[in-house]
Ligand binder design. Structure first.
Ligand SMILES: [Zn+2]
Length: 442
């Protein structure tokens, strides 16, 4: 659905008010104006329930289907949900079965009767289902809790979207890069939430006004949680270095790549903080890799099939934080078990000469990769910008390919970016907690 809106949206700033009401409501992506309207209503003393709270779930009646071992819930809105007995028993919320301080299950599978029947079912005030099990154990489930865990396809999809925010807004050369104040996102929770939502959905956000000093990224990392340590350290300095241990540490052109496919679990998010910029050259280039993958899938399904199914070796060897000799294997385009795009793993510098495919598979692999790279380099797919000192670009390293134009380097350091990585687990965790803080009723 987002694909349809993408072109229209990207003609204007992503975080401005041009996002249609329909788009805001159908996603978990708050536009700036949407959040502003929430703030205004809050100040005006208007209750936020209408915007933030889910509809209150009320139950008309419940029935136990003993043969199929389902509890059927009839909702007051006319819908029905089925809950397997075994799942209800497994998720009993009583203190004996569930440790509320850890929000974690205590009941071990060893003690779970997976073929359990049901003793007695009662409904209280349309809001609470009480179950007595054949062994006299007692469980209570609230309507709202049950409703959120309904097993219908639609409910499960909604819940997955809420948990993982899988929607992407594709872009090309028409990207109007979302730009936010560094200070705001450090000090204002709504700004921080906006930032991370845009990072997830658009894949790239530029922050402005960061202090121009090495080490500042540590504060940004702490705003989210913690940074990912790699063999290049917690943060690393992108500058022209003598005897560079990485092609990034030169003044040369860097073709489009994702960082660190040489590790088995490449970092999800990358920060690059500009401390000094070259007078000539040094422009950054980014591409929405998922958008390009989608186009490759349409234009050349065979190339797409080869790049999603061929395991390629990557290697990275050297000394930095400590000595390293990395080997990994990835498909260049990685899909999840549902066939959706999960990650792009492509860095031509660290793609190994070792290739564990047959001699006959080699030429088709190169032809497919060439086609993918040609597509990502097409002018309508690339977005070019030149970072200024004090800017921090934050982007999805699983989706966005980035590169750099060469620059003139003299005897002094003429260009200096400091970089760091975070994992999506950490970023999404912060997003969920910010959301909970900003919308406590939801
Ligand atoms: Zn229990």
């Amino acid at each position: 659905m987002w694909g349809k809106f993408a072109k229209q949206l990207l003609k204007s700033k992503v975080l401005r008010c041009s996002v249609s009401e329909k788009v805001q409501r159908s996603s978990h992506f708050p536009s700036e104006c949407f959040l502003q309207s929430i703030r205004c209503q809050h100040q005006a003393g208007v209750l936020l329930e209408e915007l933030a709270a889910p509809s209150v779930a009320m139950i008309q009646n419940v029935e136990a289907l003993s043969v199929d071992r389902f509890l059927r819930v009839h909702w007051e809105d006319g819908n029905q949900s089925l809950y397997p007995f075994v799942w209800l028993r497994d998720n009993c919320q009583c203190p004996e079965c569930f440790l509320h301080s850890a929000k974690a299950r205590k009941l071990p599978i060893e003690n779970l009767d997976v073929d359990t029947g049901i003793g007695d079912v009662k409904l209280t005030n349309s809001k609470k289902v009480s179950i007595t099990w054949p062994d006299a154990h007692h469980s209570e489930f609230h309507a709202h809790w049950l409703k959120k865990r309904c097993f219908s396809k639609r409910s499960r999809t909604e819940m997955q979207e809420e948990l993982f925010l899988p929607e992407h807004l594709y872009w090309g050369s028409n990207l109007d890069i979302p730009t936010m104040s560094y200070d705001d996102i450090l000090n204002n929770d709504q700004s921080a939430y906006n930032w991370l939502c845009a990072l997830k959905k658009v894949g790239i956000v530029l922050l402005e006004g960061a202090p121009i000093k090495q080490g500042e990224l540590v504060n940004l990392g702490k705003r989210i949680g913690y940074m990912r340590l790699t063999f290049y350290g917690y943060t690393w300095q992108v500058q022209d270095k003598v005897d560079a241990n990485n092609v990034a540490y030169t003044a040369g052109k860097l073709s489009l790549h994702t960082d660190y496919p040489a590790i088995q679990y490449p970092p999800g998010v990358q920060f690059l903080h500009c401390l000094k910029q070259a007078k000539t050259g040094g422009e950054s280039v980014v591409v929405d890799g998922f958008h390009v993958c989608q186009r490759l899938r349409e234009q050349n399904p065979e190339a797409f099939r080869i790049l999603t199914s061929t395991q390629i070796d990557f290697t990275d060897t050297g000394v930095d934080y400590c000595d390293f000799a990395l080997q990994s294997k990835h498909s260049i385009i990685e899909l999840d078990p549902n066939g959706s795009l999960l990650r792009i793993n492509f860095n031509n510098a660290t793609r190994d000469s070792v290739l564990n495919i047959t001699a006959e598979q080699v030429q088709p692999f190169y032809s497919s990769l060439k086609e993918f790279v040609s597509l990502m380099n097409q002018p309508e797919n690339t977005f070019c910008y030149k970072m200024k000192p004090g800017q921090v670009v934050t982007f999805d390293n699983w989706r966005i390919l980035h590169g750099r134009r060469s620059y003139q380097s003299g005897t002094d350091i003429s260009r200096h970016l400091e970089g760091s990585y975070l994992d999506w687990d950490v970023v999404l965790s912060r997003m969920r907690n910010l959301k909970k803080k900003l919308q406590p009723d939801n």
